[in-house]
Structures are given as structure tokens and as C-alpha cells.
Design a protein around this ligand. Sequence first.
Ligand code: SIN
Length: 488
Amino acid sequence: MSAVRPELLKSQLFIAGEWRNASAASTFPVLNPATGKIIIEVADASVDDAGSAISAAAHAQAGWAAIPVQQRCHLLRKWFGLVTRCQRDLAHLLTLEQGKPLAEAEAEIAYGASYIDWFADEARRVYGDVIPPPDGGKRILTLKQPVGVVAAITPWNFPNAMLARKMAPALAAGCALVAKPAAETPLSALALAYLAQEAGIPDGVINVLPSTRSQALGEVFCHHPQVQKLSFTGSTAVGKQLISQIASQVKRISLELGGNAPFIVFEDADIDAAVSGAIASKFRNAGQTCVCANRFYVQRSIYEVFLGRLIAAVEKLHIGNGLEEGVNLGPLISPKAQQKVHDLVQAALSEGATLAYSQALSAGLVKQGYFYPAQILRDVPVNSVLASEEIFGPVVPLIAFDTEDEVLELANASDYGLASYAYTRDRTRCWRLSQQLQTGMLGLNTGVISNAMAPFGGVKQSGWGREGSKYGLDDYLSIKYICEDLDN
Ligand code: SIN
């Protein structure tokens, strides 16, 4: 803890620019998943606190939307500067509460900050149109205006970046925001809010509600008349609930939900590049990433070679407490997550898969935290539960395929369509895959696709809307059409 500047370690609710205890004075513990120990007790927001935060945002809304865009951009840029300057402290905090290795946490802080940087500029490009009218004597214009107060619900796997990816475009568009970070990882969100206030972002524009009452707060966000839009990143099951709750008020909603990314390796691929891509995609955040490769399809003629090289690469992963030097694989977020991954692996083994590799875990790690060993399963049946559910753990299921048509059918046979990956040297095949894979994002010969300039989002049950890129602001804007009769 000594490595975190004390002012960045917040444990209260942030409402209307004030640090407050929860109205019922209740708190909950935030645990370090590498040790199972309590980091700090944090205020546990109630439904009443959510109401106060929404009122604060509604109060700040008009003033924030009216601030000249140049000034909004300047404030966002100042915030970006502070986040960047505190990168190491923020990363340390993130590793403590989330578990990912420090280098990955630093990368996440830079990634989150890049959304603030990007949208500071995009704020200046909220253009309307002048449209040629169907007849003379009329003028047709469009304006883009902020949707109003936004509620954001963010996950524990990227506690900084997923919030920055919602806050930055909301603020750039002129919206005030109420955020509910995951109960497992509220500290990164509170630190971001602290730095936003330091940057001069006005009181009430950002409000943060750590809470264990996820469902109750979700209902408040869906039903409260002063919330105009909800942005959610999390499971498809919760996304579906939110859609049904928000239907009663026909509010805007963006959803970044679950994935089941296929990772396809064709026989003409650069196998070493495919192995490095597989490691980058699968083992980022110990596999707890919506876009991480979830099922591996490898063409039969290179299956054994790929497996051998993948085992050699996975053997080099060093599992442990993310704050320790050299560790590049951290723990899972909770005992429940450990159990879920274990159950999926056992199910696949009972369906006929074989364990090709399992990392050794020291007794210390087993006792201390929520660690799960990196594992590779071979000959996984195509319809195995391991290849159809989001694993969210460091486990590679390998499936052999023979033809492009076959693997396309397998890859598309999923309710999800967030990310996909393919390795091949055949550029015409790249184009065919780009057209035919049912996915929101496609990595061709790369396992790393996320950045602020690109539109992040899915098709099918992986969600609605896009975050980042020139499209990311649209989710926070309404188009108003104006028709003026020039003769009257
Ligand atoms: C996610 O897991 O939802 C986000 C990962 C990313 O932005 O790359």
C-alpha cells in the first residue's frame, strides 16, 4: 500500500463533489485477490445514495453542457495529464484490488487515459449538418446534443479503462454521469473521480457509487426519470435484465456484454506469430477479458506443432502476486471465479478432452489467493461447454479442423459475436473471413485489437453500441432536426 499516494486511496462515495459516507453508514470490504486479505472498507451506497447522486448529476447537467467545448476539452486534457502522471500509483492500486500483474495494470492505466485523450479531441468534432431541402423556401439543419444524465455500470476486470471508456465520451458530449463500479474493484474508480476533481471538472458532473447492491442500483438507474441513458459492461445475463427494466421508459442503453472469441490458426499461418498472439489474447488479465480468445481452432496438419510451441510458451508464464517482479499471470478475481473455471475444465474432461498441460502451483499460492493454473486442453469436443461458455480463466481449449468452411461454421455457431481472431498468410482468405465471421471485431494475424481509436463492441448477444473511435460519441448524443420556413 505504501506505493500508493494516500490521497488516491478513497473509501467514500463521491457525490456532488463531496466525499460522503453511505447514508446507512454501511461499508463493505475490498479484498486483494492475490492474498484474500482486506485492503480497505468502502462505503456501500444504498438506493437513497443513488438518488442523491442522480440529483447531483441532474443539477450539474445543464451547466456542463453549456460550457464552451474548448473548455470541456481543456478540462479533459488536464484530467488526462493527471491520470498519466499518477500512472504508477493508479496501477499499484489496480493490482491490489484486481490482481493483474503490475505491468498489465500500468498498461491499463495508459489504455484508460487514451480514451480521455481521444475524446478530449472528439468533443470538438460534434458536427451538425445543413441538408439540402426537398423544395425551396426551407432550411434543414441538424444539431447533436448531449442525451443528458448517464448512468454507467462497470466491471471488475478493467476497473480503470472500462470506466474511462464511458466517462470520457459522456463528458466530451456534455453529459453528467453517475458511475457504479463493480463491488470487487471500486478503488480505481474513486481514484479516477478524485483526479477529475483535481483537474477542475465541476462538482456533480462525475459521481461514483461503490455498492454491493448491484441489482437495486441497476433498477434505480433504469427507472429514475432523471437518468436518460445507461451504459453497461458486464455479463449478457445482466444486460438482458437491464434491457427489460429500461424498456418501461424507453431510455437509451449501450451494452458491452459477453464474448466467446474464436482463435483460428490456418496451416499457412506463421505459427510462432500465432503462438505469441494466443498468449497475448488468452492470458491477458489471466483470461478474464471479454475479448480474449475463448476457443482455439487449429488446422489438423499443424495441430501438433502448434500445441507443442504453445506449451513451450505457456511454460514460461510466471504465476503469482502481480506486485512481484517477473509475475505475468495473476490470480482470478474470487473463489467463485476459481470454482467456475474448475467446473468448466472438469466438464470438458468428462466430455472427452485431455489435459495437455497444467501449470504447477506452489502450496503457498494455493493457500494464499484465488490462483488458477494455466492449462491447455486438447481434443476438446466442438460442442463442449468449455468452447461455448465464456471461460474467464487461463485455460486454452484446442479443437482441430480441416477446412475453411468447417471452421467458419464452427466459429459462427455461437450466440455471441464480440471478438474473433484468425492467423493466415492468405490475404484473400483474410478478406473472406472479414466478410463472413459474425463478429464486432476481428484480429487478423494479431491477438491485440483494443485501442481508443477503434470501435469496440459486438454483434448478436454481445451487445449494442460502440465505445471508442469516432462512433463512440454518438452513444451520448441525440440528433435534433430543425426545419425552418424561410418565407415566414
Ligand atoms: C473487456 O474485457 O470488456 C475489455 C477489454 C478491452 O477493452 O480490451
